[in-house]
Design a protein around this ligand. Structure first.
Ligand code: AR6
Length: 174
């Protein structure tokens, strides 16, 4: 079983094989964690993203990390939160699943996720964290990833993840 860890900090500084970006469908940059990743990676990242011709919501695409400590960036497009009736949960889970598939393809052993969709896209942070942890727990063992860091920018998100990670994965089965 892979190790799942909550950390508080800046994902651009993570010394892991791959970091995940919370991107938009254009893949051409933006604010929040996307802006921070593009600034830290340098202009080559935007040039690489242009060649990907966008990405659907719920999907993810890989580029090199350029000036980042991470070798790869997986650009995932989370859903905008519209109230929960537009398959937001399913689309968010799909982002985490797709990143684990990319991790397997790129032989990534350590992977760091931000709290996708919980900033500009307004997904409720508790609900998003539960989906993130459940989806990673469900799919990580087939990915070859040994360490997953959930990198939380603020204390509140960090506390949410810590609580979820402390709880057993399937309490009914233990
Ligand atoms: N390291 C880790 N987490 C961060 C960092 C950082 N350096 N900076 C912000 N966060 P957001 P979204 C947290 O808005 O909601 C962009 O413009 C932040 O506190 O970055 O998926 C894209 O281009 C929050 O918890 O992403 C899209 O247009 C989380 O990262 C749109 O925003 C996600 O917040 C995507 O919105």
């Amino acid at each position: 079983m892979a190790e799942l860890v909550a950390l508080q900090g800046d994902i651009t500084r993570q010394p892991v094989d791959a970091i995940v970006n919370a991107a938009n469908t254009s893949l051409l940059g933006g604010g929040g964690v996307d802006g921070a990743i593009h600034r830290a990676a340098g202009p080559e990242l935007l040039a690489a993203c242009r060649k990907l011709h966008g990405c659907s919501t719920g999907d993810a695409k890989a580029t090199p990390g350029f000036q980042l400590p991470a070798k790869w960036v997986f650009h995932a497009v989370g859903p905008v939160w519209y109230g929960g009736d537009r398959d937001e949960d399913g689309l968010l889970a799909s982002c985490y699943r797709r990143c684990l598939e990319l991790a397997r393809e790129h032989e990534v052993r350590s992977l760091a996720f931000p709290a996708i969709s919980t900033g500009v896209y307004s997904f409720p942070p508790d609900r998003a964290a539960r989906i993130a942890v459940d989806t990673v727990r469900k799919h990580v063992d087939h990915s070859g990833v040994e360490t997953v860091n959930f990198v939380c920018f603020d204390r509140r998100t960090f506390d949410i993840y810590n609580k979820l990670l402390a709880a057993p994965a399937h309490p009914a089965e233990v």
